[in-house]
Ligand binder design. Structure first.
Ligand SMILES: NC(=O)c1ccc[n+]([C@@H]2O[C@H](COP(=O)([O-])OP(=O)(O)OC[C@H]3O[C@@H](n4cnc5c(N)ncnc54)[C@H](OP(=O)(O)O)[C@@H]3O)[C@@H](O)[C@H]2O)c1
Length: 224
């Protein structure tokens, strides 16, 4: 099945957490790293986050830089990447910024046979993607819609789903110089069988200092 190149971008604390347990979103990286991620968004044809991240963080998932938007348009692309999410039941608020910001299509992938609530069906295109949901079918559908680069931006369940399925080509791990130290805080990934263990190491492509954050870029599969 043809699929897009998949870039997974995440910011963690040094103890591997991607958030804390407070109601506010934990800011892990600084302005320079956020701008770097904005560049990754601008380079992508679609951005995907899990349903819990939409419910918890209410992200817009838009390219912010006017210059980057103009460059996309000048290159014959849509101003903004598509937005996509994965859910088991579609229990999402249609007034979430995922749905209400930007003119681009919004895609909600659900297990086959699951009907999304009416409000979600009105706000997005709902796509069945196997039973149980198969991330490879999500990627195949995105490819059919013209997506050649997908940026996966969290959270834990999405990282685990795509990494354990060996569907990530590049991992961009931004490590912030802080500890979260809370046993209940969401981690970068959950438990699972990951293709890249001690016998199959990822390839370190780059290490970069971005403000006080260390960005490590790893290549996971054959170059795409
Ligand atoms: N630091 C960072 O870079 C970063 C980035 C993004 C998010 N985060 C953090 O990540 C945390 C959220 O992580 P999370 O793991 O709870 O949520 P998530 O990965 O955003 O979404 C999990 C949800 O995805 C759906 N899902 C997962 N696997 C599925 C499958 N196999 N089939 C169908 N649906 C599936 C389910 O949605 P339903 O419940 O609707 O069925 C599940 O509740 C938040 O604290 C957020 O702040 C951090």
């Amino acid at each position: 099945m043809a699929r897009p190149r998949v870039v997974l971008s995440v910011a963690t604390s040094v103890d591997g957490c991607i958030d804390d347990t407070s109601p506010q979103r934990l800011i892990l990286s600084g302005p320079q790293d956020l701008d770097r991620v904005d560049g990754e968004r601008a380079a992508a044809d679609a951005i995907l986050v899990g349903a819990s991240t939409i419910r918890r963080d209410d992200p817009r998932l838009l390219v912010r830089s006017a210059e980057r938007i103009a460059e996309r348009v000048a290159g014959g692309r849509a101003p903004q990447p598509l937005k996509a999410t994965i859910s088991s039941g579609g229990r999402l608020d249609p007034s979430a910024r995922f749905f209400t910001t930007g003119e681009q299509p919004k895609l909600v992938y659900l297990p086959a046979g699951v009907e999304a609530p009416h409000g979600v069906r009105a706000a997005a295109t709902v796509v069945p993607a196997g039973d149980p949901l198969d991330p490879a079918l999500v990627l195949a559908d995105l490819h059919e819609r013209g997506v050649r680069t997908l940026l996966v931006e969290g959270g834990t369940a999405m990282h685990t789903l795509f990494l354990t399925a060996d569907l990530v080509d590049e991992l961009q791990l931004a490590v912030a110089p802080i500890f979260v130290g809370n046993a209940g805080a969401p981690r970068f990934v959950g438990a699972g069988v990951f293709p890249h263990g001690p016998e199959h190491r990822m390839r370190l492509a780059e290490v970069r200092r971005v403000d006080d954050v260390v960005l490590a870029r790893y290549l996971l599969g054959d170059a795409r």
